[in-house]
Design a protein around this ligand. Sequence first.
Ligand code: HEC
Ligand code: HEC
Length: 343
Amino acid sequence: MYKYSLIIVAFVICTGFTASIFLTPTSYDPNTSVSSVLIALGDEVPEHYVGTVNMEKLGLGKDLINFGGVYMNGAVESKLSEHFVCTDCHNTQPETKFAHDNDPDSRLQYSKEANLPYLPGSTLYGITNRTSWFNGDHEKKYGKELIDPARHNLKNAIQLCSKECSVGRELTDEEMDGVLNYLNAMDLKMKDLNLSELELASISANGQTEEEKAGNIRLLRSKFLQGYPATFTEEIDVKERKKGEEGDLENGKWIYEKSCLHCHGVDKVTEKTVFGSGVDQKSFAWLAKYFKKSNGGSVYWITRHGTSSKEKTPEYMPIYSKEKLSDSQIEDLAAYILAESKK
Ligand code: HEC
Ligand code: HEC
Protein backbone atom coordinates (compact mmCIF):
# COMPACT_ATOMS: atom_id res chain seq x y z
CA MET A 1 0.00 0.00 0.00
CA TYR A 2 2.77 2.38 1.03
CA LYS A 3 4.59 1.55 -2.23
CA TYR A 4 1.56 2.47 -4.30
CA SER A 5 1.03 5.77 -2.62
CA LEU A 6 4.67 6.64 -3.29
CA ILE A 7 4.08 5.98 -6.98
CA ILE A 8 0.97 8.12 -6.89
CA VAL A 9 2.82 10.93 -5.16
CA ALA A 10 5.62 10.66 -7.71
CA PHE A 11 3.05 10.68 -10.51
CA VAL A 12 1.35 13.79 -9.15
CA ILE A 13 4.67 15.59 -8.73
CA CYS A 14 5.75 14.68 -12.24
CA THR A 15 2.51 15.59 -13.99
CA GLY A 16 2.21 18.70 -11.87
CA PHE A 17 5.70 19.64 -12.89
CA THR A 18 5.21 19.04 -16.61
CA ALA A 19 1.85 20.80 -16.51
CA SER A 20 3.47 23.84 -14.94
CA ILE A 21 6.06 23.91 -17.73
CA PHE A 22 3.23 24.11 -20.22
CA LEU A 23 1.27 26.64 -18.25
CA THR A 24 3.93 29.25 -17.53
CA PRO A 25 4.44 31.40 -20.60
CA THR A 26 7.89 31.19 -22.18
CA SER A 27 9.69 34.02 -20.49
CA TYR A 28 12.18 35.38 -22.95
CA ASP A 29 15.61 36.20 -21.70
CA PRO A 30 16.54 39.87 -22.24
CA ASN A 31 19.34 38.54 -24.46
CA THR A 32 17.13 36.38 -26.67
CA SER A 33 17.53 37.40 -30.32
CA VAL A 34 14.52 39.19 -31.75
CA SER A 35 14.68 37.23 -35.03
CA SER A 36 14.39 33.94 -33.15
CA VAL A 37 11.27 35.21 -31.36
CA LEU A 38 9.75 36.40 -34.64
CA ILE A 39 10.45 33.03 -36.26
CA ALA A 40 8.98 31.20 -33.26
CA LEU A 41 5.82 33.27 -33.80
CA GLY A 42 5.67 32.06 -37.39
CA ASP A 43 7.31 34.99 -39.19
CA GLU A 44 9.07 34.31 -42.46
CA VAL A 45 12.70 33.15 -42.06
CA PRO A 46 14.99 35.66 -43.79
CA GLU A 47 17.48 34.35 -46.35
CA HIS A 48 20.40 35.72 -44.30
CA TYR A 49 19.31 33.98 -41.07
CA VAL A 50 21.83 31.44 -39.74
CA GLY A 51 20.09 30.16 -36.59
CA THR A 52 22.72 28.92 -34.15
CA VAL A 53 25.87 30.94 -34.69
CA ASN A 54 29.03 28.98 -35.53
CA MET A 55 31.85 30.49 -33.47
CA GLU A 56 34.62 29.62 -35.91
CA LYS A 57 32.79 31.25 -38.81
CA LEU A 58 31.94 34.19 -36.56
CA GLY A 59 35.68 34.64 -35.93
CA LEU A 60 36.34 35.01 -39.64
CA GLY A 61 33.44 37.47 -40.02
CA LYS A 62 34.65 39.52 -37.09
CA ASP A 63 38.14 39.83 -38.60
CA LEU A 64 36.74 40.81 -41.98
CA ILE A 65 34.50 43.54 -40.54
CA ASN A 66 36.90 44.94 -37.96
CA PHE A 67 40.31 44.42 -39.59
CA GLY A 68 39.28 44.24 -43.25
CA GLY A 69 40.69 40.77 -43.85
CA VAL A 70 42.03 37.69 -42.09
CA TYR A 71 44.13 38.63 -39.09
CA MET A 72 47.21 36.40 -38.86
CA ASN A 73 50.51 36.83 -36.99
CA GLY A 74 49.95 40.53 -36.54
CA ALA A 75 49.18 41.16 -40.21
CA VAL A 76 45.98 41.38 -42.21
CA GLU A 77 45.72 39.06 -45.21
CA SER A 78 43.17 38.56 -48.00
CA LYS A 79 42.08 42.19 -47.64
CA LEU A 80 38.62 43.18 -48.81
CA SER A 81 39.86 46.71 -49.57
CA GLU A 82 43.18 48.51 -49.67
CA HIS A 83 41.54 51.74 -48.52
CA PHE A 84 38.91 51.05 -45.89
CA VAL A 85 37.64 48.66 -43.27
CA CYS A 86 33.90 48.39 -42.55
CA THR A 87 34.27 50.01 -39.13
CA ASP A 88 35.63 53.21 -40.70
CA CYS A 89 31.99 53.99 -41.47
CA HIS A 90 29.86 51.59 -39.38
CA ASN A 91 29.63 50.85 -35.67
CA THR A 92 28.99 47.32 -34.45
CA GLN A 93 27.17 48.35 -31.25
CA PRO A 94 23.68 49.72 -30.60
CA GLU A 95 23.58 53.49 -31.29
CA THR A 96 20.53 54.31 -29.19
CA LYS A 97 19.07 52.86 -26.01
CA PHE A 98 16.09 51.41 -27.86
CA ALA A 99 16.01 50.22 -31.45
CA HIS A 100 13.07 52.36 -32.65
CA ASP A 101 15.00 55.58 -32.04
CA ASN A 102 16.96 57.10 -34.92
CA ASP A 103 17.05 60.74 -33.87
CA PRO A 104 20.50 62.32 -34.46
CA ASP A 105 20.40 64.05 -31.06
CA SER A 106 19.65 60.76 -29.27
CA ARG A 107 22.39 59.06 -31.25
CA LEU A 108 24.93 61.75 -30.40
CA GLN A 109 23.96 61.64 -26.72
CA TYR A 110 24.21 57.84 -26.69
CA SER A 111 27.58 57.91 -28.45
CA LYS A 112 28.86 60.07 -25.59
CA GLU A 113 27.47 57.75 -22.95
CA ALA A 114 28.83 54.62 -24.63
CA ASN A 115 31.99 56.28 -25.99
CA LEU A 116 31.21 55.28 -29.55
CA PRO A 117 32.30 56.76 -32.88
CA TYR A 118 29.60 58.86 -34.58
CA LEU A 119 29.62 57.69 -38.19
CA PRO A 120 28.04 58.27 -41.61
CA GLY A 121 26.99 54.59 -42.06
CA SER A 122 24.25 52.87 -40.04
CA THR A 123 25.28 50.53 -37.26
CA LEU A 124 25.71 46.89 -38.23
CA TYR A 125 24.12 45.94 -34.90
CA GLY A 126 20.57 44.84 -35.70
CA ILE A 127 21.19 44.90 -39.46
CA THR A 128 19.87 41.31 -39.70
CA ASN A 129 16.53 42.52 -38.34
CA ARG A 130 15.96 45.06 -41.10
CA THR A 131 14.03 44.24 -44.25
CA SER A 132 15.42 46.98 -46.48
CA TRP A 133 18.89 48.46 -46.94
CA PHE A 134 20.39 51.41 -48.79
CA ASN A 135 17.14 53.30 -48.43
CA GLY A 136 16.07 56.76 -49.48
CA ASP A 137 18.57 58.97 -51.22
CA HIS A 138 21.41 56.43 -51.43
CA GLU A 139 20.00 55.66 -54.86
CA LYS A 140 21.15 59.15 -55.91
CA LYS A 141 24.73 58.20 -55.16
CA TYR A 142 24.87 54.61 -56.38
CA GLY A 143 22.13 54.56 -59.02
CA LYS A 144 19.10 52.32 -59.41
CA GLU A 145 21.01 49.52 -61.07
CA LEU A 146 23.26 48.95 -58.05
CA ILE A 147 20.64 49.70 -55.40
CA ASP A 148 17.72 47.59 -56.67
CA PRO A 149 19.33 44.17 -56.00
CA ALA A 150 20.52 45.35 -52.56
CA ARG A 151 17.30 47.01 -51.38
CA HIS A 152 15.73 43.82 -50.05
CA ASN A 153 18.65 41.44 -49.88
CA LEU A 154 21.24 41.76 -47.13
CA LYS A 155 23.90 39.67 -48.91
CA ASN A 156 23.69 41.91 -51.96
CA ALA A 157 23.79 45.01 -49.73
CA ILE A 158 27.01 43.69 -48.14
CA GLN A 159 28.53 43.01 -51.58
CA LEU A 160 27.54 46.46 -52.79
CA CYS A 161 29.12 48.14 -49.80
CA SER A 162 32.27 46.02 -49.85
CA LYS A 163 32.87 46.80 -53.53
CA GLU A 164 31.52 50.34 -53.89
CA CYS A 165 31.50 52.09 -50.47
CA SER A 166 34.71 50.34 -49.41
CA VAL A 167 36.38 50.66 -52.83
CA GLY A 168 37.28 46.99 -52.59
CA ARG A 169 36.12 43.61 -53.79
CA GLU A 170 33.16 41.32 -53.27
CA LEU A 171 33.27 38.62 -50.57
CA THR A 172 33.77 34.93 -51.39
CA ASP A 173 31.03 32.50 -50.28
CA GLU A 174 33.11 31.47 -47.27
CA GLU A 175 33.73 35.10 -46.26
CA MET A 176 30.04 35.91 -46.68
CA ASP A 177 29.16 32.95 -44.46
CA GLY A 178 31.56 34.27 -41.80
CA VAL A 179 30.18 37.80 -42.00
CA LEU A 180 26.60 36.54 -41.77
CA ASN A 181 27.45 34.50 -38.67
CA TYR A 182 28.99 37.61 -37.10
CA LEU A 183 26.05 39.83 -38.08
CA ASN A 184 23.52 37.26 -36.84
CA ALA A 185 25.26 37.36 -33.45
CA MET A 186 24.51 41.11 -33.53
CA ASP A 187 20.79 40.49 -34.02
CA LEU A 188 18.68 42.84 -31.87
CA LYS A 189 17.97 41.43 -28.41
CA MET A 190 14.66 41.64 -26.56
CA LYS A 191 16.21 44.19 -24.15
CA ASP A 192 16.84 46.53 -27.13
CA LEU A 193 13.09 46.92 -27.67
CA ASN A 194 11.10 49.22 -25.48
CA LEU A 195 8.49 46.60 -24.51
CA SER A 196 6.11 47.00 -21.59
CA GLU A 197 5.47 44.08 -19.21
CA LEU A 198 2.08 43.64 -20.81
CA GLU A 199 3.47 43.55 -24.33
CA LEU A 200 6.13 41.07 -23.27
CA ALA A 201 3.49 38.86 -21.67
CA SER A 202 1.41 38.93 -24.85
CA ILE A 203 4.43 38.00 -26.99
CA SER A 204 5.46 35.18 -24.64
CA ALA A 205 2.00 33.73 -23.97
CA ASN A 206 1.47 30.06 -24.77
CA GLY A 207 -1.27 28.73 -27.02
CA GLN A 208 -1.59 31.85 -29.17
CA THR A 209 -4.06 31.75 -32.05
CA GLU A 210 -2.72 32.48 -35.55
CA GLU A 211 -4.29 35.92 -35.28
CA GLU A 212 -2.60 36.63 -31.95
CA LYS A 213 0.73 35.52 -33.35
CA ALA A 214 0.36 37.80 -36.36
CA GLY A 215 -0.53 40.65 -34.01
CA ASN A 216 2.55 39.97 -31.91
CA ILE A 217 4.78 39.91 -34.99
CA ARG A 218 3.40 43.35 -35.92
CA LEU A 219 3.92 44.53 -32.34
CA LEU A 220 7.56 43.38 -32.30
CA ARG A 221 8.23 44.94 -35.69
CA SER A 222 6.80 48.27 -34.54
CA LYS A 223 9.56 48.41 -31.92
CA PHE A 224 12.50 48.72 -34.30
CA LEU A 225 13.29 50.32 -37.66
CA GLN A 226 12.65 48.06 -40.65
CA GLY A 227 15.06 50.16 -42.65
CA TYR A 228 17.13 53.24 -41.95
CA PRO A 229 15.85 56.29 -43.81
CA ALA A 230 18.43 58.46 -45.57
CA THR A 231 17.85 62.03 -46.64
CA PHE A 232 20.53 63.88 -48.55
CA THR A 233 20.28 67.59 -48.18
CA GLU A 234 22.01 70.71 -49.49
CA GLU A 235 24.50 72.52 -47.31
CA ILE A 236 23.13 75.33 -45.13
CA ASP A 237 22.91 78.48 -47.27
CA VAL A 238 25.90 80.82 -46.91
CA LYS A 239 23.62 83.60 -45.63
CA GLU A 240 22.05 81.40 -42.97
CA ARG A 241 25.22 79.89 -41.54
CA LYS A 242 26.09 80.83 -37.98
CA LYS A 243 29.76 80.38 -38.90
CA GLY A 244 30.71 79.22 -35.45
CA GLU A 245 29.05 82.12 -33.60
CA GLU A 246 26.35 79.86 -32.13
CA GLY A 247 26.41 76.18 -31.26
CA ASP A 248 27.11 73.68 -28.52
CA LEU A 249 30.89 73.44 -27.99
CA GLU A 250 30.78 70.11 -26.18
CA ASN A 251 28.75 68.49 -28.96
CA GLY A 252 31.05 70.06 -31.54
CA LYS A 253 34.15 68.66 -29.86
CA TRP A 254 32.57 65.21 -29.72
CA ILE A 255 31.63 65.30 -33.43
CA TYR A 256 35.10 66.51 -34.37
CA GLU A 257 36.84 63.80 -32.38
CA LYS A 258 34.47 60.85 -32.80
CA SER A 259 33.39 61.49 -36.38
CA CYS A 260 35.91 63.61 -38.33
CA LEU A 261 39.07 62.33 -36.60
CA HIS A 262 37.82 58.75 -36.98
CA CYS A 263 39.06 59.17 -40.58
CA HIS A 264 41.10 62.39 -40.50
CA GLY A 265 43.27 61.45 -37.52
CA VAL A 266 46.92 60.43 -37.87
CA ASP A 267 47.31 56.97 -39.50
CA LYS A 268 43.61 56.73 -40.29
CA VAL A 269 41.86 56.80 -43.64
CA THR A 270 42.85 60.14 -45.19
CA GLU A 271 46.10 60.80 -47.01
CA LYS A 272 45.80 64.46 -47.98
CA THR A 273 43.76 65.91 -45.17
CA VAL A 274 45.03 64.90 -41.76
CA PHE A 275 43.59 67.25 -39.13
CA GLY A 276 45.98 68.67 -36.56
CA SER A 277 48.55 71.37 -35.96
CA GLY A 278 51.58 69.52 -37.37
CA VAL A 279 53.38 70.09 -40.64
CA ASP A 280 51.16 69.38 -43.66
CA GLN A 281 48.15 68.96 -41.38
CA LYS A 282 44.89 70.89 -41.64
CA SER A 283 44.51 73.18 -38.64
CA PHE A 284 41.38 74.59 -37.03
CA ALA A 285 42.25 77.96 -38.60
CA TRP A 286 42.31 76.27 -42.00
CA LEU A 287 38.86 74.73 -41.39
CA ALA A 288 37.42 78.01 -40.03
CA LYS A 289 38.65 79.96 -43.05
CA TYR A 290 36.14 78.14 -45.26
CA PHE A 291 32.96 78.80 -43.24
CA LYS A 292 31.73 81.42 -45.72
CA LYS A 293 32.68 79.46 -48.80
CA SER A 294 30.77 76.88 -50.76
CA ASN A 295 33.49 74.42 -51.52
CA GLY A 296 35.26 71.32 -50.26
CA GLY A 297 37.14 73.08 -47.50
CA SER A 298 33.92 74.16 -45.84
CA VAL A 299 32.51 71.82 -43.21
CA TYR A 300 29.05 72.99 -44.30
CA TRP A 301 29.63 71.81 -47.86
CA ILE A 302 31.81 68.76 -47.42
CA THR A 303 29.54 66.98 -44.92
CA ARG A 304 26.61 67.18 -47.39
CA HIS A 305 28.53 66.31 -50.55
CA GLY A 306 31.49 64.21 -49.46
CA THR A 307 34.13 63.53 -52.08
CA SER A 308 34.27 60.88 -54.79
CA SER A 309 36.76 58.10 -55.23
CA LYS A 310 39.29 58.98 -57.92
CA GLU A 311 42.19 57.07 -59.37
CA LYS A 312 44.78 59.13 -57.50
CA THR A 313 42.83 59.27 -54.23
CA PRO A 314 40.66 56.13 -54.13
CA GLU A 315 39.71 56.82 -50.52
CA TYR A 316 36.80 59.24 -50.41
CA MET A 317 34.57 60.95 -47.90
CA PRO A 318 30.98 59.61 -47.61
CA ILE A 319 27.96 61.90 -47.61
CA TYR A 320 26.40 62.45 -44.18
CA SER A 321 22.62 62.20 -44.55
CA LYS A 322 20.46 64.46 -42.37
CA GLU A 323 19.78 61.43 -40.17
CA LYS A 324 23.49 60.86 -39.50
CA LEU A 325 24.46 64.50 -38.87
CA SER A 326 21.85 67.21 -38.41
CA ASP A 327 22.23 70.84 -39.51
CA SER A 328 22.36 71.94 -35.89
CA GLN A 329 25.13 69.42 -35.21
CA ILE A 330 27.10 70.94 -38.10
CA GLU A 331 26.68 74.34 -36.39
CA ASP A 332 27.95 72.75 -33.16
CA LEU A 333 31.00 71.52 -35.06
CA ALA A 334 31.56 74.98 -36.56
CA ALA A 335 31.35 76.55 -33.09
CA TYR A 336 34.03 74.18 -31.79
CA ILE A 337 36.28 74.80 -34.81
CA LEU A 338 35.96 78.59 -34.42
CA ALA A 339 36.66 78.44 -30.67
CA GLU A 340 39.74 76.25 -31.20
CA SER A 341 41.00 78.40 -34.08
CA LYS A 342 41.19 81.38 -31.71
CA LYS A 343 43.31 79.57 -29.12
C1 HEC B 1 33.58 54.64 -46.58
C2 HEC B 1 32.44 54.28 -45.78
C3 HEC B 1 31.94 52.87 -45.75
C4 HEC B 1 32.65 51.69 -45.64
C5 HEC B 1 34.14 51.53 -45.58
C6 HEC B 1 31.69 50.63 -45.59
N1 HEC B 1 30.42 51.14 -45.64
FE1 HEC B 1 28.70 50.07 -45.62
N2 HEC B 1 27.65 51.81 -45.88
C7 HEC B 1 28.19 53.09 -45.91
C8 HEC B 1 27.13 54.04 -46.10
C9 HEC B 1 27.27 55.54 -46.14
C10 HEC B 1 25.94 53.29 -46.22
C11 HEC B 1 24.56 53.85 -46.50
C12 HEC B 1 23.46 53.31 -45.79
C13 HEC B 1 23.52 53.31 -44.28
O1 HEC B 1 24.41 52.68 -43.70
O2 HEC B 1 22.65 53.89 -43.68
C14 HEC B 1 26.33 51.89 -46.05
C15 HEC B 1 25.43 50.81 -46.05
C16 HEC B 1 25.73 49.52 -45.75
C17 HEC B 1 24.77 48.46 -45.60
C18 HEC B 1 23.26 48.67 -45.65
C19 HEC B 1 22.87 49.37 -44.35
C20 HEC B 1 21.43 49.79 -44.21
O3 HEC B 1 20.85 49.55 -43.12
O4 HEC B 1 20.88 50.36 -45.14
C21 HEC B 1 25.45 47.33 -45.31
C22 HEC B 1 24.88 45.96 -45.06
C23 HEC B 1 26.85 47.67 -45.29
N3 HEC B 1 26.97 49.01 -45.56
C24 HEC B 1 27.87 46.78 -45.03
C25 HEC B 1 29.22 47.12 -45.08
C26 HEC B 1 30.28 46.17 -44.92
C27 HEC B 1 30.10 44.70 -44.62
C28 HEC B 1 31.45 46.86 -45.07
C29 HEC B 1 32.85 46.33 -45.07
C30 HEC B 1 33.14 45.28 -46.02
C31 HEC B 1 31.09 48.25 -45.31
N4 HEC B 1 29.74 48.36 -45.31
C32 HEC B 1 31.99 49.27 -45.50
C33 HEC B 1 29.50 53.40 -45.80
C34 HEC B 1 30.54 52.50 -45.74
C1 HEC C 1 34.72 57.76 -43.43
C2 HEC C 1 35.86 58.61 -43.42
C3 HEC C 1 35.66 60.10 -43.27
C4 HEC C 1 34.94 60.76 -42.31
C5 HEC C 1 34.10 60.17 -41.20
C6 HEC C 1 35.15 62.16 -42.56
N1 HEC C 1 35.95 62.34 -43.65
FE1 HEC C 1 36.49 64.12 -44.50
N2 HEC C 1 37.45 63.15 -45.99
C7 HEC C 1 37.66 61.79 -46.04
C8 HEC C 1 38.46 61.47 -47.21
C9 HEC C 1 38.92 60.10 -47.59
C10 HEC C 1 38.73 62.69 -47.87
C11 HEC C 1 39.49 62.85 -49.21
C12 HEC C 1 40.84 63.47 -49.10
C13 HEC C 1 41.89 62.69 -48.39
O1 HEC C 1 42.12 61.49 -48.63
O2 HEC C 1 42.55 63.31 -47.53
C14 HEC C 1 38.10 63.73 -47.06
C15 HEC C 1 38.16 65.09 -47.35
C16 HEC C 1 37.75 66.09 -46.49
C17 HEC C 1 38.00 67.51 -46.66
C18 HEC C 1 38.76 68.15 -47.82
C19 HEC C 1 37.91 68.24 -49.02
C20 HEC C 1 38.60 68.88 -50.21
O3 HEC C 1 37.88 69.15 -51.16
O4 HEC C 1 39.83 69.04 -50.18
C21 HEC C 1 37.45 68.17 -45.59
C22 HEC C 1 37.43 69.64 -45.32
C23 HEC C 1 36.85 67.15 -44.75
N3 HEC C 1 37.05 65.91 -45.32
C24 HEC C 1 36.19 67.42 -43.58
C25 HEC C 1 35.59 66.46 -42.76
C26 HEC C 1 34.85 66.77 -41.55
C27 HEC C 1 34.63 68.15 -41.01
C28 HEC C 1 34.43 65.58 -41.04
C29 HEC C 1 33.59 65.35 -39.81
C30 HEC C 1 32.28 65.93 -39.80
C31 HEC C 1 34.88 64.53 -41.94
N4 HEC C 1 35.61 65.10 -42.95
C32 HEC C 1 34.62 63.17 -41.77
C33 HEC C 1 37.14 60.84 -45.18
C34 HEC C 1 36.30 61.11 -44.11
